[in-house]
Design a protein around this ligand. Structure first.
Ligand SMILES: [Zn+2]
Length: 268
């Protein structure tokens, strides 16, 4: 069920049962020339809505802010400064907790968030809260790549804006996929090897820009179909539902967090 569809009375019941709130995190950024800038957001919300049908949970309304500094040169990107983004995200999570949810799950649908979300999660230990935060990323499932290989026609993973991401978007918002623009990005501008020239001994935030300055990795995008997208979404939704189920059962993390705070207060 979606947070925004509930009446206040229904909301009160939902806090008790199903008792878990999911915060889908997408982003607004370029995905080549043929996909909408809302691609990650649209797809993660649809996946979470489906997961919540399989394993009941309340899905938070669209929250489209996250880490996306590397795409700010492209029109349509929504980028918040870190000094606003982090408190905003923490405040939104606290607000879900203030409304009574004892278990909250961030579900990630955007690659650029993969460092931000674990940090937000770890920061929960900075002060005591009445809820427990969990985070989930279906892209991190060990079966993710083998499954992609199984349903995709591309021999190698056709990542950002490519075959599978285009398929996923076709499944959810077919009229928002404009295949007539596919091919606007010159193949010589896709997957540039120059990121490998950044010394291995170092690390740099410019690596993704160095690799994919057009925010597009699709070499075989034309193999995309809505059918593949539906299959993929169902797989992701089932995995997410399994995670929600495990969170509902979990008594250990809340218990140990309480114990941890007891020790913090007694200073030992
Ligand atoms: Zn994406």
């Amino acid at each position: 069920m979606r947070w925004e569809e509930l009446t206040s009375l229904e909301f009160k019941k939902a806090v008790k049962n199903p008792g878990v709130c999911i915060l889908p995190m997408g982003i607004i950024e370029r995905h080549g020339s043929h996909l909408p800038v809302g691609t990650d957001m649209i797809n993660v919300i649809a996946t979470c809505n489906r997961a919540a049908e399989l394993e009941p949970a309340v899905v938070f309304p669209p929250f489209y802010f996250g880490q996306i500094y590397e795409a700010k040169h492209h029109p349509g990107t929504i980028m918040l400064q870190p000094e606003l983004l982090i408190p905003l995200l923490l405040n939104v999570i606290d607000e879900i907790g203030r409304n009574g949810f004892k278990k909250i799950i961030i579900v990630n649908g955007h690659g650029g968030n993969h460092a931000l979300i674990p940090f937000i999660s770890q920061s929960m230990l900075s002060r005591e809260r009445e809820y427990t935060l969990y985070h989930y990323d279906y892209y991190n499932e060990p079966e993710f790549k083998p499954y992609m290989k199984e349903i995709a026609d591309s021999k190698t993973f056709d990542g950002h804006g490519g075959e599978m991401e285009t398929s996923h978007t076709m499944a959810n918002e077919p009229s928002w996929v404009k295949m007539k623009y596919e091919g606007d990005v010159k193949r010589s501008q896709i997957r540039l090897g120059r990121w490998k020239k950044i010394p291995k001994e170092t690390s740099s935030p410019i690596w993704w820009y160095a690799y994919a300055p057009e925010h597009y990795e699709g070499l075989q995008t034309r193999k995309a179909t809505a059918e593949k997208g539906r299959k993929f979404q169902e797989w992701c939704a089932k995995k997410t539902a399994t995670f929600i189920k495990a969170v509902k059962k979990d008594k250990i993390a809340p218990k140990l967090t309480k114990e941890f705070y007891k020790r913090c207060k007694s200073k030992n």
